[in-house]
Unconditional design. Structure first.
Length: 302
């Protein structure tokens, strides 16, 4: 049995295997429509979600599985009565064959996995990691560029609290010859532990101060929302680096723009019909990558 907790756990071969399986499922969806017919999967969400929960639930249903769900577990589960996370997991693991969980604490997925007899899939843990998002982000890069090796990727916005960024750069570090440019709002830089981790795996990390310092032939811009829910109480003011038709004029036709969504103002809707805007394609890819992942975990037991 395998939990999916952090992008640190993957090998490059596992990622490429998942991408191939995802493509195969996508091209032969009917053949997979009963793949997990005997399985019940729980989606246990203690924080808001649109794409992650619904794409996982769609993935479960499209593979013929059954889903039990609480979309607001912080208020609507026994957490409000003081039940510990590990007690909840000890009960839910009897009802379900896998648990997909989003929680507000950084170590929640690890704690849940330590209590669970079934696989736990981390669907976002506080400001820590969001590994299944990174899988679909890297898959979207792979589909558009035909490879992940050798890409240059600028991470933008809230690098401090953005869990999607933390997972993505760890995942990219499995590939060769990767350059990551960091452009954060001043108060929200990438924590040193992540810089050290990716550099130890051979990634070149280059902090920059503005969009025009980025190379015109950059491969990927990964824009993110400022995670106001994590820092308002600390008095940090939310700022934004805005991508728009005008600011994107700096980049060439090969610079694709990704965003985990939801967005606020950091990508102007006037850019949405630009062929370089890939964020809606990215969220659709999420459903297929999650079908692949569920198949690996529940059928291949990988
Ligand atoms: N949906 C992503 C997440 O849950 C990104 C975000 O909320 O800004 O981390």
């Amino acid at each position: 049995m395998k939990h999916v907790l952090s992008c640190e756990q993957f090998t490059r071969d596992e990622i490429m295997g998942l991408f191939k399986l995802t493509d195969h499922i996508r091209e032969n969806e009917k053949a997979y429509s009963g793949a997990i017919a005997d399985k019940v999967v729980a989606t246990l969400f203690y924080e808001p979600s649109t794409r992650t929960r619904l794409s996982f639930e769609a993935a479960i249903l499209r593979l013929g599985g059954k889903n039990i769900s609480t979309e607001n577990a912080k208020e609507m589960s026994s957490a409000i009565k003081g039940e510990s996370l590990t007690d909840t997991i000890r009960v839910v693991d009897g009802y379900a064959d896998a648990i997909i969980m989003r929680h507000f604490e950084v170590d929640s997925a690890v704690r849940a996995a330590s209590a669970s007899r079934v696989p736990v899939l981390n669907a976002g843990a506080g400001s820590g990691e969001h590994p299944t998002q990174a899988l679909l982000d890297a898959y979207t890069i792979y589909k558009n560029k035909g490879k992940v090796d050798g890409i240059s990727c600028a991470i933008l916005g809230d690098l401090l609290y953005g869990r999607t960024i933390h997972s993505l750069i760890k995942l990219l570090s499995l590939f060769d010859n990767i350059t990551v440019y960091g452009l954060s709002v001043e108060t929200l830089p990438l924590p040193e532990e992540y810089v050290k981790f990716i550099e130890s795996r051979g990634v070149k990390y280059v902090p920059v101060k503005c969009l025009t310092e980025l190379p015109k032939d950059l491969d990927v811009i990964y824009q993110t929302r400022t995670q106001t829910e994590r820092f308002l109480e600390q008095g940090i003011v939310a700022e934004e680096i805005v991508l728009s038709k005008a600011s994107m004029a700096h980049f060439g036709p090969g610079t694709m723009v990704l965003h985990p969504l939801p967005r606020n103002n950091e990508i102007s809707p006037d850019f949405d019909d630009d062929p370089r805007a890939k964020y809606f394609e990215q969220s659709l890819n999420g459903m297929y990558v999650r079908m692949g992942l569920l198949y690996e975990v529940l059928v291949n037991n990988k």
